[in-house]
Design a protein around this ligand. Sequence first.
Ligand code: CO
Length: 371
Amino acid sequence: MFALRWLRFQEALRREGIELAALIPGANLFYLTGLSFHRMERPIVALFPIEGDPALILPSFEIEKAQAAPIPWRFFSYTDEEGPVSAFQRAAETLGVSGRPIAVETLAMRVMEWSLLAQAFRASEPIPAEPLLARLRMIKGPEEIAAMRRAVAVAEEALRMWLPQIRIGMTEREAARRLIQACFAAGADALAFEPIVVAGPSTALPHATPSDRPMERGELMLVDFGVVVDGYVSDLTRTFALGEPDPVWDRIYEVVREANAAGRAAVRPGIPAEAVDRAARAVIEAAGYGAYFIHRTGHGLGLEVHEPPYIVAGNATLLQPGMTFTIEPGIYLPGKGGVRIEDDVVVTETGGESLTAFPRELMRIGESHDS
Ligand code: CO
């Protein structure tokens, strides 16, 4: 699988006339080679030239790990005492690339790596490698979708284990701590990101942080979380009522639920990504809450929690079978509260399928049911 991927990447570079790509540890390098390293102060840079085998600049103690990947690496290693400068120079001499633009991850590469590359390769400019990699990564294969299904199943199981533990009066932070425990108990390899568990006014902030504030009766509680299984992530948001909320929230919740359903129903191959955003947004606008839906409808999902395709106005990328992304419309009333319902979908040959199936009705929770 990996052997095929880096060769396809090399082919893409050749088509674009880019002589060299340099990637640092992260989702792209994992996708191409199956290798993951800590992103630390010791630079690790993988070089993919247009011709010939890839090269890996890395600390010498990491070579053994890198050899496990089915890639015909040429290694340029350095010790802590030496430092990385000469390894970069040896790599540049061996690859014979000088004075050319280099494709790099402009969203991730640090000034440290770029400076070392620019000096050794006399690189004229960085060009974004992300669009090339996105074209490969956006279309998930069956084994990738299977991993995402597992990540969704674990998240939904965690949510089922966690909800009965929630009590009115519990702090957001305590609820978040219990959710993290439920994720690992359900089989998560890791968390996809720090879970958002907030209630009351904080739900009006799409990316609020759990606090020590107790969650009160009548408030909404919003939970947005996901897990990693076999490298792939899930990302799920549900909004619950702690006891009985003000009736206005029932109405707002219904609008968001319809918008989520309209977004999911719109998914099919051949339409632009922005059409899914339009479908969800139209429902919220028609209900008069357009000004309170303050973010895009969704984002691609896979090895990373945010990756292409983005479900946003202006994105003309045509949906293709195997693309996976979230649909997460929301309505946020500043200072009062907000509702978001997020599902993970995959584009199929004929339409779209939601990987997430957790109930979308507004559930009342938080009361003790001991009697
Ligand atoms: Co999301």
